[in-house]
Design a protein around this ligand. Structure first.
Ligand code: KIV
Length: 278
């Protein structure tokens, strides 16, 4: 069963330095995705520490099969909507595929775009290969959350959304390579690292060895924090992934409410007298 939520308490703004403080003090970090003002307001009110405006927007909002088609200007639009609506949660803006892989300079320019839209830090996928880019972005005082393991923008190299770190060795996706990736992003200056789709003992080892917080998704319980896609948590998507949990079944509620409305319209029972002007 899920834990009972803590009673509401006075919250202060969660900032980038709070990521390090949380790890030092053993406080776990709760991150969830949001892409628009309505949900940003609600998850902020629910008390999450961080809102990730993820490029998963492609799959859950735009209806495309991978995150690869998502564009930088689309991410800026969603970051702007979220940043306007939340008051306390840290806003993490996801750099989409093609907006930072060309060069560190391109990574800096794209990060500036998301920061101007209201992000308080950016996230990018990749380990050793992205170390120079992470260093370049942090050098201009833009905090970076790294993302290693199952990196959805590497969909075609991985042959799908596949769990990584199940083989030994330093080849792409190998266990030793992922440990090297984790150290590389820390040394490059990342303020946290998302660890996605890896065996829980590997995530535990990474968490223990790094001084920056690890945020897990499909990586077991030993990370310093967790992130999930909001639409999975609310039961708004049709996906049944083993590493997510539905905390509500809003999909069925949306269908029920919309069908009831359509039936009233067809029956001529909506709008009624009480909702009509004289
Ligand atoms: O885009 C996203 O939502 C993400 C999370 C799955 C970590 O990158």
């Amino acid at each position: 069963m899920s834990a009972t939520p803590d009673p509401p308490r006075e919250r202060r703004k969660f900032t980038v330095p709070d990521l390090a403080r949380a790890k030092a003090e053993g406080r776990r970090i709760a991150m969830i995705t949001a892409y628009d003002a309505t949900f940003a307001r609600l998850v902020d009110e629910a008390g999450v520490d961080c809102i990730l405006v993820g490029d998963s927007v492609g799959m859950v909002v735009q209806g495309v099969p991978t995150t690869i088609p998502v564009e930088l200007d689309e991410m800026a639009y969603h970051v702007r909507s979220v940043a306007r609506a939340r008051t306390k949660a840290l806003v993490v803006g996801d750099l989409p595929f093609g907006s930072y892989q060309v060069s560190p300079q391109q990574g800096v320019e794209s990060s500036v775009t998301l920061m101007k839209a209201g992000a308080e830090c950016v996230k990018l996928e990749g380990g050793i290969a992205m170390a120079d880019t992470i260093a370049a972005i942090t050098r201009v005082d833009i905090p970076v959350v790294a993302h290693i393991g199952l990196t959805p923008q590497s969909y075609h190299r991985m042959g799908g959304h596949k769990v990584q770190g199940r083989t030994e060795g330093r080849e792409a996706g190998g266990r030793d390579r992922l440990l090297d990736d984790a150290h590389a992003v820390e040394q490059a200056g990342a303020c946290a690292v998302v660890v996605e789709g890896v065996p829980l003992d590997l995530a535990a080892e990474i968490t223990e060895k790094l001084s920056i917080p690890t945020i897990g998704i499909g990586a077991g319980v030993h990370c310093d924090g967790q992130v999930l896609v909001l639409h999975d948590v609310l039961g708004l998507s049709d996906l049944r992934l083993t590493f997510t949990r539905r905390y509500a079944d809003l999909r069925d509620e949306v269908v029920r409410a919309t069908a009831a409305y359509a039936a009233d319209v067809r029956a001529g029972t909506w709008p009624d007298e009480a909702h009509s002007f004289r």
